[in-house]
Every structure is written in structure tokens, then in C-alpha cells.
Design a binder for this molecule. Structure first.
Ligand SMILES: [Fe+2]
Length: 367
């Protein structure tokens, strides 16, 4: 038994925004733009977008305060703008952080209490979520396609919210907007997409053939593109491949979510400022090896077209993932490992894990 549900209209192509500008005009006359501090400008999205908004006389407010691993304060700040503006839709531009924040703001801003705590509220909070238009400037999070928003909660921990109302209504994929990403960000975001593709398929295990196809295609594209990238960075073909691979991996996790690998990486991002894609990758092989002890076929299916865990391990080694080491205290390792034991994702991840295993994961990446 399987289902496929992606209610996002995806438009791909160079200059796709101007090609589809009438669509932008169909959402209303007052837009909230949610961005990070730089990427919307550097990527060229903002210039293209403002031209269209002005042409159609659509009012706009630019909220450009979203930081990496967006804090709840930032989301509340965005939602507070709804006290003074009558927004019709939200345009979220950037990597995963601005798009995730844009989704949360589109929900919280339309709730009667703009200072409500999203994590504690019922699904009612999403009832009036404004339409979200997502324009990615990185290729990794897949947030432009997913019903998730990952935020930093008031305890400084990364925590996700999820609702069908958080699916963007439209995603515009223009590979030109990702050409300004430097090498290390291209790698870390690309690895995030790779982990989505494989983690989602680990849970699917071939049951949903659409998802299996998307995972296989996504992993194949990332495998073929993510090494030796210095010369490819300004290539539109390279950027298009990664952008599509990321979107496909986004569809994979929209159906199956991620695994304990993502949960294990969250504290590294929250407390050690490790890039999200790297934080997943440092644990990747060890967790897959562990799952393989009891479910080898499942793992071999999920990593296709890699033919063995050794081949996948070599791929990570080529990207120097094994060189990342961090200052971690005994207390941090104990606390984070205990949290993983009771994590929701633990229950949904195939394989056998215990406290000692989690501690060994963190000990292995310790300086
Ligand atoms: Fe991720």
C-alpha cells in the first residue's frame, strides 16, 4: 500500500520567474518577502522579483532577518508584522532556513495569537496559513517541496513542525539562482539532499515505487556531480542537476521523513555551528553499517546506485567528511545520546540502537 501526495506546483527553468509572472499576480496585492541577510540579493532573485512585483503594483515588505537555524524569536518577529500589514501571501527566498522560517511565519502570522508557541499548538494554528511561494537559492534542504519547517526552539534545540498547510503552493526552480553558492556550501547542501534521498528510501524500502525512482535518480545525480566540483561551480547544467536532485529528495522526505541520522546531527548544528549537511554526513556510514547488521538488503536498496557501503564510504572520504572532528564534552555526549534514545525518529528508524551506540557515534567525531 502506498500513496503519493505533493500539492506543490513546481516550475523549473532559467528565467522561470519572468516566464510565470502572471502566476505571481494571482495571489493578491500584498506580499511578505522572507529572506536571509544576503542570498536573495546576491543570487539575483530579489532584483528579478521586485521588477515583477512593481510591474503588477503588488505591495511588498522585505523581512530579511532570517539567520541560519532560524530562532523562534525570528519567527515571532516576522509574525508580528501581520499586526500592521494585511499580507495576502508569503514569498520565501533562500536556503532551507529562510524557506522554513517563511512557512512558520505564514502560519503564525495568520493565527489570532502572533506570540503563540507553534510547537505547543493544535493543528488549528495552520488553518489560515497564507499561500507560500518558495524560491530556493541552495540545493539541499528540499524545503521548497516539503511540509516541514525546522526551527530552533526556545531551548536552543532544532525542532520541526509539520502540516500539509506548510507545503509551498508554488516552487520556482531557477538554477541560475544557485550559481553564487561557494564550494563548501554547495557540498554541504548537496550532502543534505543525498542524506534525504537515502534516509527516506531506507524507510520506504522500495514499497512506494514513485519514491524509490525519485530516490534512485536523486542519489545518482548527486553521486555523479558532487566530486571534483571546483570547475563546475558556475556551470548551469551542474546547478540544474543538483537543484533537481534536491527537489526529488525533498519529495522523498515529504513522504517518509528523515531518520535518527538527522536527529543525531541537530545538536552539532545548534551548539557547534556545524553545517546541517555535514552534521548528517559525519554519522552516516556508522548508522548505515549498524542497520546493515540486521537489514543488509534494506540498506543496499536505499543507497543505490552505490553498490556497497564501502563505495558510499569512499564517496564521503573523497569529500573529506572523515576529517571533521569537534570539541565535545562527556556531558554533551551523554545528554545528546540520552535524547536520541527517546527521540521520535528513533522509533521510525529501522535497525537496533542503544545509548552506547549513540555515545560511540559522538565519540568517533570527537577531537
Ligand atoms: Fe536535512
Amino acid at each position: 500500500m502506498w500513496n503519493y501526495n505533493i500539492p506543490v506546483k513546481i516550475f523549473q527553468g532559467e528565467k522561470i520567474l519572468s516566464e510565470k509572472k502572471e502566476l505571481l499576480n494571482s495571489f493578491g496585492k500584498n506580499a511578505l518577502l522572507v529572506t536571509g541577510r544576503n542570498s536573495a540579493k546576491l543570487s539575483g532573485v530579489l532584483d528579478d522579483l521586485l521588477k515583477i512585483l512593481k510591474e503588477y503594483k503588488i505591495q511588498f515588505y522585505i523581512f530579511d532577518r532570517v539567520e541560519e537555524n532560524p530562532s523562534y524569536d525570528t519567527v515571532e518577529m516576522g509574525a508580528a508584522l501581520f499586526d500592521e500589514h494585511d499580507f495576502d501571501f508569503v514569498i520565501a527566498i533562500g536556503g532551507g532556513s529562510p524557506i522554513d522560517a517563511g512557512k512558520a511565519i505564514a502560519a503564525l502570522g495568520t493565527y489570532y495569537k502572533h506570540d503563540a508557541y507553534l510547537f505547543n499548538e493544535s493543528d488549528d494554528i495552520y488553518k489560515n496559513t497564507l499561500p507560500i511561494i518558495a524560491i530556493p537559492t541552495t540545493s539541499g534542504s528540499g524545503s521548497e517541496i516539503t511540509p516541514y519547517s525546522i526551527l530552533t526552539n526556545r531551548e536552543n534545540k532544532k525542532k520541526g513542525i509539520q502540516s500539509n498547510r506548510l507545503f509551498p503552493t508554488v516552487a520556482f526552480l531557477d538554477p541560475r539562482y544557485t550559481t553564487t553558492l561557494n564550494e563548501s556550501l554547495t557540498i554541504s547542501t548537496g550532502l543534505d539532499a543525498l542524506t534525504h534521498s537515502i534516509e527516506g528510501e531506507l524507510k520506504n524500502n522500495g514499497t512506494n515505487p514513485v519514491i524509490k525512482s525519485l530516490s534512485l535518480k536523486s542519489t545518482t545525480m548527486i553521486k555523479g556531480n558532487l566530486t571534483d566540483i571546483q570547475k563546475k561551480l558556475s556551470s548551469i547544467k551542474f546547478r540544474k542537476d543538483l537543484q533537481e536532485a534536491s527537489a526529488m529528495a525533498g519529495i522523498v522526505i515529504s513522504h517518509f521523513g528523515t531518520t535518527i541520522i538527522h536527529s543525531a546531527g541537530y545538536p552539532l548544528s545548534s551548539f557547534k555551528k556545524v553545517k546541517h549537511g555535514i552534521a548528517n554526513s559525519v554519522f552516516f556510514i556508522d548508522v548505515l553499517e549498524r542497520i546493515s547488521q540486521t537489514e543488509e538488503k534494506r540498506v543496499l536498496n536505499a543507497i543505490e546506485p552505490f553498490v556497497s557501503l564501502q563505495e558510499l564510504k569512499n564517496f564521503f572520504i573523497n569529500l573529506d567528511i572523515d576529517k571533521y572532528k569537534f570539541d565535545l564534552s562527556d556531558e554533551e555526549i551523554q545528554k545528546w545520546s540520552e535524547e536520541l534514545v527517546i527521540s521520535q525518529k528513533r522509533k521510525k528508524t529501522p535497525g537496533e540502537f542503544d545509548l552506547e551506540f549513540y555515545k560511540s557515534l559522538y565519540n568517533k567525531i570527537r577531537k
